[in-house]
Structures are given as structure tokens and as C-alpha cells.
Design a protein around this ligand. Structure first.
Ligand SMILES: Nc1ncnc2c1ncn2[C@@H]1O[C@H](COP(=O)(O)OP(=O)(O)OP(=O)(O)O)[C@@H](O)[C@H]1O
Length: 270
């Protein structure tokens, strides 16, 4: 995988939110959220359905704007308050189940990965594809172990194959941060395992990830920090070992949760 882009000012947080509130239909779907993500951090964002996880990601990607009338509101991405949405997309790579549904056209794995350079769903005649882009896409697919999917149409891939190809798309333009939004949804046991191993490989190259999930099994050992979200608010935030407690998770999900740990992974039962 290409090395992560160099930061000129490493002390600037990747993401800094203070007092971020987002309203829809007269309701706060995010409520006074404080969140700072530093470069090199790997975070799991966990919460029940409807807790605001995707909305928080949409704030980071510029799709949702916080209320400007919130007192002392701060939203900085890489130290900047104002972003062109296309430049913002360059900084991030996003993989989600929704994205997979958008790829309903007949394009092959290589084109899917290449389309990451243009933040588009596929390749179009107006795209200026350089030899460098082609080389990078091939090398990345090799690194991710998905070269065999180059010629396969995404519509004919299994969910696991498509998900790994979308990781290639998300990484090809060397984003600073990789956001995995419920990446293991609909994956069977083996595909889930392959996906986790792939994520570990990416993290080992120094890429920061934000993993959004409601399944503790998705949290790879390399993730050191966990943020719990409930009813649009940060319920708890800190070191994984402290935050992932039966007490916190029971409070978060509203039912008694039993927690087990095995080889750096957590598993919840109820
Ligand atoms: N554009 C919108 N208009 C109205 N309500 C919205 C909008 N986007 C999100 N919401 C509401 O905000 C709340 C949080 O939604 P969000 O999708 O962020 O939750 P989530 O934690 O990602 O849930 P899930 O795990 O089910 O994906 C939900 O009640 C949802 O209905």
C-alpha cells in the first residue's frame, strides 16, 4: 500500500468537534458532541440503532452541517473549518454497505478501485486517468490480495469480495483516514474474518481508521479507543479496556450485557 501522506503539522488533530449539534425535523439527532481524533489513532464508534453513528460520519464528510447557532461550536477537519466537499472527500476513504448498493452498474473490480481517484461511482469519459493512477490501483489491489477481482463485475462479486474491492476504492487516493461504516454487515463468518484481517493489515501501515459498528466482534485488537454514542450524545469515550465494560454496554444498549475477551477481541452476549 502507498505510504500515508505526510503531515506538515502532525500535532493538528484529524478531526476536532466541540459542541456539535445536528437537527432534523426539530429534533437533535446529534446533541453537543465533543470528539477529537488525532492522527494515528484508531477508533471504534459504537452505538445502538438510531444513536447517531452515521449522522456523525456525515458531519465528518461534510454531508450534514452542524447548527451554526450552537454556542462555542467547533468543527475542524485537519485544522480547517471550511472545506470544499471534493477536497474533503480526498482526505477520507469511506466504505459502507450503502456504497455497495450504489454500485449497481456493470463495472469490474479494477474500475471500482480506480473510481476512488474521482470519488465517483464508476469511471466516466471525462475522467483523466493517468498511468500513475493505473499503476497505483494495480499495486494496491495486489497489496489487498484482490488482484483476482480486477476483471470480475461488481454485480457478480460476493458481498465479501465487493466489500474488499470497496476498501481498495477507499484507499487508492491515499486518504488520511479510513472510515468503515458497519463494514461487516451481511458478511458470513469467513468473509468477516477476511475483512478483519484486511483491516489489520491496513492499520499496520499507519493508516488511521474509524470503525462504526454495533457489533463488538468487529473491533480489531489494534483499535485502542472506543467512543460510545447514545441518543445522539457521547455516552463514553476513552481507552478500549476501560470503556468496554459490562456496565457501560448494558447502559448503552439498555439490557444486561455479558462480555468476554479472547485474543484481543471482545464478544458480547445478553
Ligand atoms: N436526514 C434525516 N432526516 C431525519 N432524521 C434523520 C436523518 N438522518 C438521521 N436521522 C435520524 O437520526 C437518528 C440517528 O440516525 P443515524 O442513522 O445517524 O443512526 P445510526 O446510529 O447510524 O443507526 P443505525 O445503526 O441504525 O444505522 C435516527 O433517529 C434517524 O432516524
Amino acid at each position: 500500500m502507498p505510504p500515508a501522506k505526510k503531515m506538515t503539522e502532525p500535532e493538528i488533530p484529524l478531526i476536532e468537534m466541540r459542541n456539535v449539534t445536528v437537527s432534523r425535523n426539530d429534533r437533535n439527532i446529534l446533541d453537543s458532541v465533543d470528539l477529537k481524533i488525532n492522527r494515528g489513532e484508531n477508533i471504534a464508534l459504537i452505538g445502538p440503532n438510531g444513536s447517531g453513528k452515521s449522522s456523525l460520519i456525515k458531519v465528518i464528510t461534510g454531508d450534514y452541517r452542524p447548527r451554526a447557532d450552537s454556542r462555542d461550536m467547533v468543527l475542524r477537519i485537519m485544522g480547517k473549518q471550511t472545506w470544499n466537499i471534493f477536497d474533503l472527500r480526498d482526505l477520507m476513504g469511506i466504505v459502507s454497505g450503502d456504497l455497495q448498493f450504489e454500485y449497481n452498474r456493470d463495472i469490474n473490480g479494477f474500475e471500482v478501485v480506480l473510481s476512488g481517484f474521482f470519488s465517483s461511482i464508476g469511471i466516466y469519459p471525462n475522467h483523466n486517468i493517468t498511468l500513475e493512477m493505473v499503476r497505483t490501483a494495480y499495486e494496491l489491489m495486489e497489496f489487498l490480495g484482490i488482484s483476482g477481482l480486477s476483471d470480475k463485475l461488481i454485480s457478480e462479486m460476493s458481498t465479501g469480495e465487493a466489500r474488499r474491492t470497496l476498501v481498495g476504492r477507499a484507499l487508492v487516493h491515499e486518504p488520511h483516514i479510513l472510515v468503515l461504516d458497519e463494514p461487516a454487515n451481511s458478511l458470513d463468518m469467513k468473509s468477516h474474518h477476511q475483512f478483519r484481517e484486511l483491516t489489520r493489515k491496513i492499520v499496520s501501515c499507519g493508516k488511521s481508521i474509524v470503525l462504526v459498528t454495533h457489533d463488538l466482534d468487529d473491533i480489531i485488537p489494534e483499535i485502542g479507543r472506543v467512543v460510545l454514542l447514545k441518543d445522539g450524545k457521547v455516552f463514553a469515550d476513552g481507552r478500549k479496556e476501560e470503556i468496554l465494560s459490562e456496565e457501560n454496554l448494558s447502559g448503552l444498549f439498555g439490557l444486561p450485557v455479558k462480555l468476554t475477551r479472547n485474543k484481543g477481541y471482545y464478544h458480547a452476549t445478553y
